[in-house]
Design a protein around this ligand. Structure first.
Ligand code: FES
Length: 168
């Protein structure tokens, strides 16, 4: 049932004009597309009768909503108190510098999205960064650069690898 409740089309079909339905509709759109594309805003507006500008305004007001697709790797850099004391500012700046991306954005190649979070819950490992489901702690700018370059190297070799079964 949870899947059905998260289903974008199902929620739109069920929409009965009840107040407070816009947020769940936007949440299900984000689950469906991975972000909220322009066409989803138009579609929600046409079904609900809520002006597009209002729908758009809600998506920009709440930080939970993304208007851009996320990268293949979502980096969550902890900026909580323990991590801050251990140098998270430098860690975040290192990521921005190494990947050429700012907090809240995705790299041009679509590989990395950088976000910050308040606390990841493993403060004893501070400063901490999570990349998708992998947690990396006690980071320094130097070992973080090595880590990120490892990701980039793997992506580069994966994109240049010969298709399976083809002799080179
Ligand atoms: S403050 Fe960073 S993990 Fe808790």
């Amino acid at each position: 049932m949870a899947d059905r409740e998260d289903n974008f089309s199902y929620r739109l079909w069920r929409y009965d004009g009840a107040p407070g339905e816009l947020i769940p509709l936007l949440q299900s759109a984000q689950i469906h597309f991975g972000y909220i594309p322009r066409r989803a805003i138009s579609y929600i507006s046409s079904v609900t009768g809520i002006p597009e500008s209002e729908v758009y305004g809600v998506t920009t007001f709440y930080s939970q909503f993304r208007l851009q697709p996320t990268g293949k790797y979502v980096i969550r850099a902890c900026a909580g108190t323990a991590c801050h004391v251990s140098g998270s500012k430098q860690i975040i700046e290192t990521i921005e510098d190494e990947l050429g991306v700012e907090v809240g954005d995705t790299t041009k190649d679509g590989l990395f999205t950088l976000n910050t979070v308040a606390c990841i819950g493993c403060c004893s490992l501070s400063p901490v960064v999570v990349i998708n489901d992998d947690t990396f702690g006690r980071l320094t700018p130097s070992n973080l650069r090595k880590l990120l370059r490892g990701y980039k190297r793997r992506e580069k070799s994966a994109s240049t690898a010969a298709p399976v079964g083809e002799n080179v």
